[in-house]
Structures are given as C-alpha cells and as structure tokens.
Design a protein around this ligand. Sequence first.
Ligand SMILES: Nc1nc2c(ncn2[C@@H]2O[C@H](COP(=O)(O)OP(=O)(O)OP(=O)(O)O)[C@@H](O)[C@H]2O)c(=O)[nH]1
Length: 357
Amino acid sequence: MNTAHNNNYRDPVREALQLELRRRVQASGYMLIFSLAITGAMGVIALTNGDLLQASTLFGVATLILGAYITVNLVGPSSKTPLLVGTLLLVLYFYLLLSGGVNNTGLMWAVMLVPGFINLYGYKAGTATLVAIGGATALVLFYPDFPGMTAEYDTAYRARFIAVFGALTALTAILDSSRHQTQQMLHTLTQELENSASTDALTGLANRREAYRAMHELERRNRHLSGRYTVLIGDLDNFKTLNDNYGHAFGDRVLQDVAEVLRKNTRTDDIVARWGGEEFLILLPNTDLDGGGILAEKLRDRVEALSQKYDPPVKISISFGVAEGDPSSATHGQLLAEADARMYRAKDRGRNRVVAV
Ligand SMILES: Nc1nc2c(ncn2[C@@H]2O[C@H](COP(=O)(O)OP(=O)(O)OP(=O)(O)O)[C@@H](O)[C@H]2O)c(=O)[nH]1
C-alpha cells in the first residue's frame, strides 16, 4: 500500500454492488406486485366463469405471492430475495403453462417473465435461466401428452410462443448488457477519479488527503485491535537553496527520486505520502517507536546516498521526526504535532538526522 491508494472512506465499487442488489430487490418487489395483480385478476375471472378449482388455485398462488411480498418487506434487502421471487415466478409460470390459466391465456402473461428474470439476475445469469426455461417450455409444449398438461394449444400457437419468448429474451439481454457496460464504465471512471484524487501527481505517492484517510483507518483499527502504529515526518534539508541553485525542474526530479527511495525501502503495508512541498509522511502499522526510528535512520541514509547520483554531486539530505500512536488516547492530530515538533528539533540540531524522543 505504499504507492497510491485506491480505498477511501467510500468504496465506489462496493457502493455500486450494493446499489445493484437494491435495484434487484426493488425489481423483485415490482415483479411480485405484477404477478399478484395477474393471478388475482385471473382468479376473479375464473370465479365469475364458475371454475372454482382454478379460482381457488389462483387465489392460493396469489396468497403465496402476497406472503412473499410481505416477508421481503419485513426482512429487508437480502441477496436471497431475487432467488425467492424467481422460484415463485417459476412455480406460477409452469402452472400457467400446464393449466393454460383462464381461457388458455396464461402463456400470454408468461412472456412478462423475460424482463423480470433479467432484471432479477442480470443479463448473464438471467439469460441462462431464461434459455433453460425456454428449453423446458419447448419440451412441455412439444412432448406428446406431457404429464399434468391440461391446457390445449394448437401447434402454430406453441411455435409462435417459443419464437416470441426467444426473441424477447435475446432483445432484453442485449439491452441489459449495454446497461451493464455503461455501469461498468461508470465504475472504472469513478475508480480513476478516486485514484487521481488520492495520488500526488509529481511523485505518484499518496497525497495528504489519502494520508489522512489512512491515518483515520489505522486509528479505527487500533481502537478495535489495540494495535500500534508509528508516524515519520521527513522534510528535505535546504531544499529552497537546491531549487534556487539548480532550478525548479531539478528540484522536481529530486522530489521524485526521494519518493522512489522512500517507496522502495518501506513495506507494502506502510503508507508513504507526500505531505506537502518537500515534506513526506510515512505511516507504519504495527510498528513501535524503536522500529520507526530504525527505519527513519535507514531512509535518512538512503536519501543522503542520492547525493552521489547526480552529476556533479549535489548535497541532498532529510530530517525525520518520529512519533508513536498510543492506542488508548492519542489522536492523529496530537501524533502529527509530536512528529512535526521532533522533525523541527532535528533541523535545529543541524539537519540530516532522526529525532524520535
Ligand atoms: N521543485 C519543487 N520545489 C518545491 C515543491 N514544493 C515546494 N518546493 C520548495 O521547497 C522549498 C522549501 O523551502 P523551505 O520551507 O524554506 O525549507 P528548506 O529550504 O528545505 O529548509 P529546511 O527545511 O529548514 O532545511 C521552497 O523553496 C519551495 O518552493 C515542488 O513541488 N517542486
């Protein structure tokens, strides 16, 4: 995690997934209301036609759907909701297919399953389910004397139903896949924006905002796990003179090289950030003051060694202040102030050194 960080207080991808689940649960609710209306209306028609058996079956299914609707609303959003609704819809569908519903119109309503299933399960799983349902329907319709089949459909009607079902599935899947692509694009863009908002453009390190986020996160974890962490604040020495003597572009190059040194000599779990102009902040999770002091000394040494890299050699050095977070009391505000004060003490004592007490 010592380069730019993707995670933030808000995780856009997780939010998008939650939004998708909410959308599916909402779609489930609409599907249940819609199925309830159809089944109820068919039940009333069957009742007025005097077909008591069909009417009571339809009212029975309607009651089941109503029960599911109430349960879903009581339990709240759950990833199991689309599964429950899908199963209920399948039961209703095969009942309508086999019985023909009222006046053999059951299948006509059944095409509504297509957008419903794709909405519930997304275009991939939804289409796969619909292809399976289409196959099962073709079997039921064309298998001679299929057990339980009481509806009477003529051959042309059966063939047309399969064609309409297939075409509607393909069309809805295409539409939903383009919606899915747009959504993916939005996720990617959001992620890119998140990255650029948390990264320093010159050095590629985490920026100050991201460093605050990381500290906040460490503090939160500390409260739960009583872990410890140490913070280093490093400030390049006499950087103004370097800029004045060699130019701003050279200063920028040095900042990039120093960033690289800090990044290369820290662990992946450590967080290296550009804190300000020529100031860096390093967060070391699960590290005490002694460990932080040792690392700061190593980094100081490696930054100093950079001086030989340039032609002619240029004096480059860094002063570090080190402070350890107290899991029970200190907030990052106090911790930063302490590290900062120690860094200034390092400057006062002649620069190019580490102060940890
Ligand atoms: N090239 C370059 N210079 C920067 C950047 N950000 C800040 N600086 C310069 O860093 C210098 C910091 O100067 P000072 O705060 O006086 O500190 P210093 O000269 O390093 O002196 P000490 O910290 O006391 O050792 C200023 O000249 C800033 O212009 C940057 O992105 N690029």
